[in-house]
Design a protein around this ligand. Structure first.
Ligand code: ADP
Ligand code: MG
Length: 355
């Protein structure tokens, strides 16, 4: 048989490119929410309220009291690679934040019906706009796409409706709304514990009781109590370690040897972004293994600050695993300190029972 003639190469339209990227960044409602919370925190908010319906698939709404968005920026707000956080590639090495590439809102606008209401201090009213595929679109048929003046307080409200509405395969992949809601609570809980001085609430649409509610002035231990309960909050010890050679400092709260559960809870923030690190998780579990009964696991909240020049932030936004220099040494230093912190508590107990 005669081989088929080679097919000609064509460029994908930017619309298709953006849609593919959006699908990689926003895989589930909790991915969208994490980006939105980071934006609210970046905007200096002291209060963040979250509302979810059908596990965030029908509705995901986040209301903050941050500095808001200038009305003149609204036309480009949801375009891909528009950001107020990064100007040159060199900034990448010193910026210390991950949500820097201006892709979150763009991606969400490709995957849902997105409405933004925002007010800056200098503006006499709030402005409301609807977005689709990176662009302003009319809120109702027959209207213009221009942002509309409306009443509102300083800050920003982002409403994400019908996530994945034109991606039925992905929609079908979600087994249950309650599973997605649990992931939402996990994301909110992590930030509610880490972001001191910020009040958080999270609830299901139509329910009066809160899934999570943390006041702005709550201490870290109080935050853990609100999110994870007293059984763990009562068994926490302060953890602190730093090392100039490896350019990092770390603090947090860790459960003592009295507390032992089936699974490790590791809340890890590096430079104030919630991330995963299998190296740190493994080190933590190995360290605790000598303190806990067989099969027992701890609760560990760690906030790490690493010299931004040493962290590789130029990873894909969905890659929650981060890379940093001297990873092995840093993990070892943390684990040594964990061991000595846990050891001190352990021996003081023994001492107390003996005397
Ligand atoms: P990035 O956070 O990477 O810049 P995003 O798409 O998440 O990209 O957001 C784009 C821009 O929109 C941000 O740089 C910021 O200026 C603005 N913005 C987004 N959310 C908020 C918010 N809640 N409050 C104030 N400004 C916001
Ligand atoms: Mg962002």
């Amino acid at each position: 048989p005669i081989p088929e003639a080679p097919r000609r190469i064509q460029a994908l339209s930017s619309d298709v490119v953006n849609k593919i990227a959006a699908g990689e960044i926003i895989v589930a409602p909790c991915n969208a929410l994490k980006e939105l919370i980071e934006n609210s925190v970046d905007a200096g908010s002291t209060s963040i309220e979250i509302l979810a319906k059908d596990g965030g698939l029908k509705l995901l709404q986040i209301t903050d009291n941050g500095h808001g968005i200038d009305q003149e920026d609204m036309p480009i707000l949801c375009k891909r690679h528009t950001t107020s956080k990064l100007k040159t590639f060199e900034d990448l090495s010193s910026i210390g934040t991950y949500g820097f590439r201006g892709e979150a809102l763009a991606s969400i606008s490709y995957m849902s019906h997105l409405t933004v209401t925002t007010k800056i201090k200098e503006s006499s009213c709030a402005w409301k706009a609807r977005y689709a595929k990176g662009e302003l679109v009319p809120m109702k048929p027959g209207q213009t796409a221009e942002p509309k003046p409306t009443a509102g307080r300083q800050g920003t409200q982002i409403t994400v409706e019908d996530l994945f509405f034109d991606n039925p395969n992905r929609r079908k992949a979600f087994r249950s709304a309650s599973e997605e809601y649990a992931k939402i609570l996990d994301v909110v809980g992590r930030h509610a514990i880490h972001c001191s001085n910020v009040a958080f609430t999270c609830k299901k649409h139509g329910e009066s009781s809160m899934g999570i509610s943390v006041p702005a002035n709550a201490s870290t231990v109080e935050r853990v109590r609100q999110v994870h309960g007293s059984s763990v909050a009562n068994e926490l010890i302060k953890f602190e370690v730093s090392n100039d050679r490896w350019g990092f400092k770390s603090e947090g709260w860790i459960s003592n040897a009295n507390y032992s559960v089936k699974r490790t809870t590791l809340l890890l923030f590096i430079n104030h972004r919630s991330v995963e690190s299998s190296a740190i998780k493994k080190g933590v579990e190995q360290t605790y293994a000598t303190f806990l009964p067989k099969g027992g696991h701890p609760f560990v909240y760690l906030s790490l600050e690493i010299d931004p020049r040493r962290v590789d932030v130029n990873v894909h936004p969905t890659k929650r695993e981060v890379g940093f220099l001297n990873e092995e040494e840093i993990v070892e230093t943390i684990c040594d300190e964990l061991r000595s912190t846990l050891g001190k508590v352990d021996s003081s107990r023994t001492f107390m029972t003996q005397s």
